[in-house]
Design a protein around this ligand. Structure first.
Ligand code: FE2
Length: 323
């Protein structure tokens, strides 16, 4: 594992992930966890849900325990196209380091701190909060693949069917029981070997229609191309998901079918196993993500926390008025 020697970072260690050089791992030291827990021990999750400004207080508390170095590191890494992804873990967590805070509450507050160090989360329409917690079980009758264990969830970007921008996605593993398989799948846009074939296609920049099933609680359609250009250098960014794009003619349908097949057969896609409590942060428009299928187990249970949001300069953006 390649350690990145960066003397300016304090209270955490970074390295490249063993299976992919782009993915950066961050390990918060035991002292950082302990000092963060001390600083937030007078806050509870409900108050942080009710009062948005408290979320910045939580983020500032974490940043202070790292001499204000963690926020810069996370933001720079997520914005940097060559990396754009972080796997954040705590070196160790035990009762003595949590200062009386329940472990689930601590994890919610930790991911709250992370999201507010890189921007502002969007309202999650499935939960009505700035974050969503959801379960994956062996049996499920929902209307999308999100909670279904027995099948692979194809590579996609989040936020294709909402008006807000979705610059980043945070996925945190909260609980895991009887789970085998179900790793996160990741593919960087620049590693997709067929990128040019689909990016140079006449339909690459055409507005497509995007909708979503009832469980998502989004009652409108959006219109945007699959490829969005990087503001600065003109490099492609992607906003694609196979289930929610609605082709309106044969050309669009076949283009989308071939694009989906290409992504699913891409050999550069790699698996990441998330330990309980760990947090995966990705730049949503330059990383496609998915989930491998699980090995069947009747008592399989996994609980995840998700946040999606924007960099601070993109707050208040309305996709429908800007395409
Ligand atoms: Fe997703």
């Amino acid at each position: 594992m390649k350690k990145t020697l960066n003397k300016s970072n304090f209270g955490f260690e970074t390295s490249s992930h063993p299976t992919n050089e782009r993915l950066q791992t961050v390990s918060l030291s035991k002292d950082t966890v302990k000092h963060f827990a001390e600083k937030i021990s007078n806050l509870d999750v409900q108050s942080v849900e009710y009062k948005p400004f408290l979320r910045f207080l939580v983020a500032n508390s974490l940043n202070q325990t790292t001499n204000n170095t963690l926020g810069n590191y996370l933001l720079n890494t997520i914005k940097d196209r060559s990396t754009g992804a972080v796997l954040l873990q705590c070196e160790s967590i035990d009762d003595s380091s949590l200062n009386g805070i329940d472990l689930i509450d601590f994890n919610i507050l930790l991911s709250t701190a992370v999201s507010h160090l890189i921007g502002v989360p969007n309202l999650d329409s499935m939960s009505g909060k700035y974050y969503a917690r959801f379960s994956v079980k062996n049996d499920d009758n929902s209307d999308s693949y999100l909670r279904q264990a027995h099948r692979r969830m194809e590579l996609h970007n989040d936020g294709t069917y909402v008006k807000e921008l979705t610059d980043w996605v945070i996925m945190q593993k909260m609980v895991e029981v009887n789970v085998e398989g179900g790793d996160s799948l990741l593919l960087h846009v620049d590693d997709w070997q067929d990128l040019d074939k689909f990016y140079q296609h006449p339909l690459a920049n055409e507005n497509l229609q995007w909708g979503s099933p009832a469980s998502k609680n989004v009652g409108y359609k959006t219109y945007h191309p699959i490829f969005l250009k990087e503001q600065v250098k003109g490099e492609p960014r992607m906003s694609f998901i196979d289930q929610f794009v609605e082709p309106l003619n044969m050309d669009q349908g076949l283009y989308l079918y071939e694009l989906g097949e290409s992504l699913e057969n891409e050999t550069k896609t790699f698996n990441v196993k998330l330990q309980e409590g760990s947090i995966l942060i990705i730049n949503n428009y330059i990383w496609l993500h998915g989930r491998d299928k699980f090995i069947a187990h009747k008592n399989l249970h996994r609980e995840l926390l998700r946040q999606r949001g924007v960099f601070v300069e993109n707050t208040g953006y309305d996709n429908n008025n800007n395409v």
